[in-house]
Ligand binder design. Structure first.
Ligand code: CIR
Length: 255
């Protein structure tokens, strides 16, 4: 069960966030409204949400997931691979010090890079995507810290997507939502899978929160496939964040 989530109010210059999409620039006021809806959705799942102050110098700073990976026994602070995002992790770490003792906080250091969007937890095992943002050295350091605190990890190579969880979500009970290059990926066999068509690939980034699957609004086929397996869903409007490649998982750290 998740008790807490950390989120960060979108930056006033969110329109300058990094993007590979051609959906236009996010509108700040609309992003704030959608962010409030996201917080309400987490709260409806029984999570206490801690809201960090906006970071005017970091357009992508609302995507707190990329700055840390959290487990019961350790918080691993990342070194983001995107140059404009380096430094976002500092205020996230400060907030995590209220929840983790100092000797349970570890740090990925240069030349290692790792972003939390590349990490998918399955029980006590962590899959790490090797991507444009997460490198071999970052993964090596990450696995060292996992081992020190009693967890395991393995890598998954990405070729097309931004992050591992751009196209994957673990919905517990050995169930994986998969899209694009992750469908039939050799490093992800032995799961029950829900396949998402390419046109709906954005909806593969869902989050399982205390028995409910939060899904992006506007993907009825994905919603029906998840519900057909007996899992309740709740739609959340995140279209402003999609414009800068952000999804549901990126907007919070859940622990
Ligand atoms: C970026 O490119 O870093 C942001 N515009 C989007 C980050 C999305 N984060 C995630 O998928 N975990």
């Amino acid at each position: 069960m998740f008790k807490h989530a950390i989120v960060r109010t979108p930056s006033p210059n969110i329109s300058e966030g990094i993007t590979s999409a051609s959906l236009g620039k996010p509108v700040y006021e609309a992003a704030l409204t959608q962010h409030a809806g996201y917080i309400a959705a987490l709260e409806s799942c029984g999570v206490t949400v801690h809201v960090l102050k906006a970071e005017p110098g970091y357009p992508d700073a609302c995507f707190v997931e990329d700055t840390a990976v959290l487990a019961e026994r350790v918080a691993i602070i990342t070194n983001p691979g995107a140059p404009t995002r380096k430094g976002e992790e500092e205020t996230v770490e400060a907030a995590l010090r209220d929840f983790y003792p100092g000797d349970h906080i570890e740090h990925i250091a240069a030349p290692g890079t790792l972003e939390g969007g590349d990490v998918m937890r399955v029980g006590d095992h962590f899959y790490v995507g090797l991507s444009a943002r997460t490198n071999e050295e970052g993964a090596r350091q990450f696995f060292h810290f996992l081992g020190k605190h009693g967890y395991t990890g393995s890598t998954v190579t990405l070729h097309e997507m931004l992050h591992l969880k751009t196209g994957l979500a673990y919905l517990e009970d050995n169930l994986l939502l998969t899209a694009g290059e992750f469908i039939s990926h050799p490093e992800l066999v032995n799961f029950r899978t829900i396949l998402i068509e390419m046109k709906d690939a954005y909806s593969a980034n869902c989050i399982y929160v205390n028995g409910t699957v939060l899904i992006p609004a506007g993907y009825p086929v994905t919603k029906a496939k998840i519900e057909a397996l007996g899992l309740p869903t709740r739609e959340v409007e995140v279209s402003e964040f999609r414009k800068i490649d952000g999804g549901l998982s990126c907007l919070s750290l859940r622990f």
